[in-house]
Design a protein around this ligand. Sequence first.
Ligand code: NIG
Ligand code: FE
Length: 433
Amino acid sequence: MHVDLLIRHGQLATMEPSGGGEAGAASEATPAPSRGRAMRDIGWVEDGAVAVKDGRIAWVGQSDAANREGIEASVEMDAGGRLVTPGLVDPHTHLVHAGSREYELALKLAGVPYLEILRRGGGILSTVKATRAASEEALTQQALVSLRRMLEGGVTTVEAKSGYGLNAEVELRQLRVAKALAELQPVEVVSTFLGPHAVPPEAKADPDAFLSEMMALLHPIHTDGLAEFADIFCEDGVFSIEQSRRFLMAAKQAGFGVKIHADEMEPLGGAELAAELGAVSADHLLAASRTGLQAMAEAGCIAVLLPGTSWNLGAKTHADARYLIDEAGAAVALATDYNPGSCPTESLQLIMALAANVLRMTPEEILTAVTRNAAFAVGRGERIGSIAVGKQADLCVWNARNPAYLVYHFGVNHVDTVVKRGTVVVQDGRRVG
Ligand code: NIG
Ligand code: FE
């Protein structure tokens, strides 16, 4: 077999729980995220090889078997015993926005709560002001800087929410920018419409009318292919459970997959609502009830945990990852929540370290949460998130020999090489091409 690229002598985390090890095994990708304890099975292949042809994975197995089968490649790469994983997926970000909010740091340090800053017209609303004032070009340039950081950090697919326009014109502007980004650089961008992210000042008198205005955008956004998912900030003082149900039911009817910013600060029952609606994911979940988490697990709703946010906001409690995995048997994913307020970082690797130290997740669970499960959380589990024959060739070679090292040595970039759709796009941790 002649292939475009052959990576040999890697320690492979294929993230295919049953498939690893067999030379040439054409793994039938199980079309489901890994749940509960199964999140620890990362489909490990010692001294493995991956062959790539036409942007897809053509062969996976052990290096000596690759030799025996006479696989020849246009480009050969010796991983030298280093870790090889699927490209990482960041399934929850607020990528497209203008400005920054470093001035809120002093308020935070003085003890002013996040929701109080929002009530005073700051927080999300200050980013809304900046985003409304920004051109598509300016939004694009700012997002490109972030995407480059993400890619150099091993992220090959990212979810991007709107929600800093809070009116038809600027919500659509954000979504158009997100879509256009896919043509400008290699990271795949999955768009989510988050019109109900906050109530803008001009709609304070009638939040329900504002919600209806956002609901009226669902059909046009779907028809124009500007977003695949819809999301709402369900929180005390923002949108209630009833309002969230109304919006998300309409979104489902319009053909969106639904997500929900659920139970971040107050236990409103967002997890329960996510289960009831068959949401693809419920995100944050710091304050969620155990019955809510259990209901989510049973409904197959993915728990997207954002430990960077709870850590950065100085929360006293964090999402109960151990309960979700050990007791509820849920599928957990991890994301940065990258945004200019509650979590200003593009570093999914930092989030992985926090997941160990704050959420007590194991390195294997963490790797599952940023690859396989994250891919399902953005509706792409059948195409990306694992190293299996037929899947898209999104790969990372790390300056590490095992997943524990990635998580333990924190605050630096461990990426050596990133491959997106079969093309090398990062070398020595820097964008190439
Ligand atoms: O997921 N919680 C609501 N939305 C974002 C924060 C957005 C912001 O502060 O600008 C979040 O944390
Ligand atoms: Fe968020």
